[in-house]
Write a protein that binds this ligand. Structure first.
Ligand code: PLP
Length: 289
């Protein structure tokens, strides 16, 4: 396996980062997760845009977009991958101990690409179990959830709760008790004929999949409501699903004790999403940066 580290492709055993890297010492850095279909990186420009936004929140100097784009495609090529999971990580870099970002002169830039491991089809057929975590989502005034940062303890605590309770994913509420998001996903539910999802001002990551799903639903003539919702709203919903780049649209069979039936709306949205991916791949085939 080959990794892009700073300015070149290296074999995985040589892709090592200093113990003085501030990403390791303080979680000072950012990342993006992407998915490639048949060699085409889905929504690459959106991911690069969000990476740039995360960087500006941290006042982190990052390589220019053109270089990142080339590095990502080079990593895919070096590993001869076409259906892949891709992660870009950029940390503050190596520097003496201390919180001041100015201690680090060069950011550390890493691209990892691995063969995409498909989720079991039974998960999509039967849906997955979710809990509502006791761990609350970070306040936007603390670590803004809009930053895809290496500081992931908030989500890790909620994921640990999910595992302890044998659930697939945990829904985090914000400090006021409104439904925010999953540990690595955005949450949707169907009520009446309306597709509901927490509004961005609830304090969530503006998922790229979330945005696509909203667009697809509106395009299909569905009503969409982005607002502040509470656990009672999801308990009374007809269908629930979560979204993210790797799982796309994943149906939910249970949230706490509330049970949801086979989701026809969820399935229809998933079909529309798959069509969108297919079209994107056709339109962008052969692009290498
Ligand atoms: N919310 C959080 C906290 C995430 O970590 C992620 C993705 O990893 C998402 C939402 C979904 O974002 P996207 O659809 O861009 O993958």
């Amino acid at each position: 396996m080959y990794i892009f580290l700073n300015d070149k492709i290296v074999p995985e055993p040589e892709a090592v980062v200093s113990v003085y890297d501030h990403g390791f010492l303080y979680g000072d850095g950012i990342y993006e997760t992407m998915r490639a279909y048949e060699g085409v990186i889905f929504m690459l420009e959106k991911h690069l845009g969000r990476l740039g936004r995360s960087a500006s929140f941290l006042k982190l100097r990052v390589p220019d977009e053109e270089l990142i784009r080339r590095a990502v495609y080079q990593t895919l090529d070096a590993n001869r991958l076409s259906d892949a999971y891709i992660r870009i990580t950029i940390s503050r870099g190596k520097g003496p101990v201390g919180l001041d970002p100015a201690l680090c002169t060069e950011p550390t830039f890493v691209v990892i690409a691995e063969q995409f491991k498909p989720y079991a089809e039974t998960l999509y057929k039967e849906g997955v179990r979710l809990i509502i975590a006791k761990t609350r989502r970070n306040l936007a005034e603390a670590i803004n959830p809009m930053i895809k940062s290496l500081n992931f303890l908030n989500n890790i605590f909620a994921k640990m709760e999910a595992k302890e309770r044998d659930a697939y994913e945990a829904i985090m509420l914000n400090a006021e008790g409104c439904i925010a998001e999953g540990t690595i996903s955005n949450i949707f539910f169907i009520k009446g004929d309306i597709l509901c999802t927490p509004s961005l001002d609830t304090g969530v990551l503006d998922g790229i999949t979330r945005d696509l799903v909203i667009g697809l639903a509106k395009g299909a003539g569905m009503g969409v409501r982005e607002a502040r919702f509470y656990p009672e709203d999801i308990f009374g919903a007809a269908e629930v699903f979560f979204s993210n780049t790797t799982a796309e649209i994943m149906p939910v069979s249970k949230v706490e004790d509330a049970i949801y039936g086979a989701g026809t709306v969820t399935r229809a949205l998933r079909d529309l999403y798959r069509e969108r991916v297919t079209r994107y791949v056709e339109e962008n085939r052969g692009r290498k940066g």
